[in-house]
Design a protein around this ligand. Structure first.
Ligand code: TRP
Length: 394
């Protein structure tokens, strides 16, 4: 089976990426023809303000992929933006994709919903400030030509500052948490590119006539859209694309160190590039059952992030013992974390060392991705020749 998947370059990889995604990719490359790429154009659908970080983020992902066992002898590893044909197919597919299919996409609806919530806040903020601004205007020692316009501008600037400060956590960090809006991107992505995210993703997959797409559950709507777009293309212009299947794999639950989803932006992630000291600091500060205040209080492993790590990094028998001793109050959290630290360090150490070696050979890594992109391009180009033929573009 031909398999394709991509990952947006958000920076160094953490253990959540490994257990959620990379470990499956590494297994698949032994049995299938596999293509894995860094989706840098997709990163721009949200992080278009942060292009200064893009190159470095791509570099970190390249290093981590090689470190974690993706093998250029077995997989084609490449960078999306090096294969321009994805953009051409995206354009052509956008012609046949009804806008409503995209507007129904859950990611897009989430964004819209968040946008509304933030706009509500902004309206409230402005309302509260209007009188104060008016008073302030009375104190300006110059003649203001257009009073109303100037007042609007002041309010505009103030609410802009308010929104920035809100997203940077300077104003009531609880507020965003309560609204469940974590990222500024979600409020600034009412763009054409973001709406078209799934069309680009469909192009990524279809251009290799991919049959299997290993992804997380959150991506299922995108794969379904890809299938619909493929069907529509085939019925309009002739049989061209296979309908790809999502490949879902059971993955262990691995929360961030604070119990929320592991994410770089929450500051709760454990990275393969972390030093032993970093790791110790993070593990010892991990959240545990809030009801277990003293060492000998009984705890509830089922809600404790430390325990979900033990399930992955500690042998089965020991894990059962930990569970029992936590519940009975025999085992304190500090000792429990110490045990975890030992096991986690044993897991991470070989990767940390390999990573350093890979990083020293960055030229070789770049060559891998350059050659991978060439290989990918030759296949993408074949598809595009046929697509252009079918659409009478030649
Ligand atoms: N949307 C995917 C994600 O966020 C990344 C991605 C882009 C992708 N293009 C793809 C995944 C094509 C699979 C196939 O995880």
């Amino acid at each position: 089976m031909r398999i394709i998947s991509g990952m947006r370059p958000t920076g160094r990889l953490h253990i959540g990426h490994y257990f959620g995604v990379i470990r499956n990719w590494v297994k698949l490359q032994d049995q299938h023809e596999t293509f894995f790429f860094i989706a840098d154009w997709h990163a721009l659908t949200t992080a278009y303000r942060k292009v200064s970080e893009l190159k470095q983020n791509i570099r970190e992902v390249m290093i981590d992929w090689i470190t974690l066992g993706l093998d250029p002898e077995k997989s084609t590893l490449f960078i999306q933006s090096r294969v321009k044909d994805h953009a051409e197919l995206h354009l052509l597919l956008s012609m046949i994709t009804p806008k409503s299919w995209l507007e129904w996409n859950p990611t897009y609806k989430d964004m819209k919903y968040n946008l509304l919530k933030i706009q509500d806040l902004e309206v409230q903020f402005r309302g509260g400030l209007r009188d104060a601004v008016r008073e302030f205007m009375g104190m300006i020692p110059y003649k203001v030509e257009d009073f109303e316009r100037f007042e609007e501008r002041l309010l505009e600037d103030l609410s802009e500052t308010f929104i920035s400060a809100l997203f940077e956590g300077e104003i009531e960090p609880e507020l965003l948490k309560r609204l469940n809006v974590s990222k500024r991107e979600f409020y600034e992505t009412d763009t054409y590119g973001f709406l078209g995210y799934p069309v680009l993703q469909a192009a990524d997959i279809l251009i290799y006539r991919g049959e299997g797409v290993p992804v997380g559950e959150d991506q299922l709507p995108h794969i379904e859209l890809t299938r619909e777009i493929a069907r529509r293309f085939n019925s309009l212009y002739g049989d061209m694309f296979p309908e790809p299947q999502a490949i879902l794999t059971e993955t262990p639950r691995l929360p961030g160190t604070d119990g929320r989803k592991m994410s770089k932006s929450f500051g709760n992630a454990i990275f393969f590039s972390d030093t032993e000291e970093h790791l110790e600091g993070k593990v010892m500060k991990m959240f545990t059952d809030p009801q277990k205040l003293r060492k000998n209080d009984p705890g509830r492993p089922e809600i404790c992030p430390v325990f979900s790590y033990h399930r992955i990094f500690t042998e089965k028998e020991k894990t059962s013992q930990i569970e029992e001793d936590c519940r009975s109050g025999k085992l304190g959290c500090v000792d429990c974390k110490r045990m975890l630290l030992t096991n986690l360090e044993a897991f991470l150490k070989p990767f940390r060392e390999k990573r350093k070696e890979v990083e020293r050979n960055i030229d070789k890594v770049e060559k891998v991705f350059l050659e991978g992109s060439e290989r990918a391009r030759s296949i993408a180009e074949e598809t595009m020749e046929r697509v252009r033929d079918l659409m009478n573009l030649r």
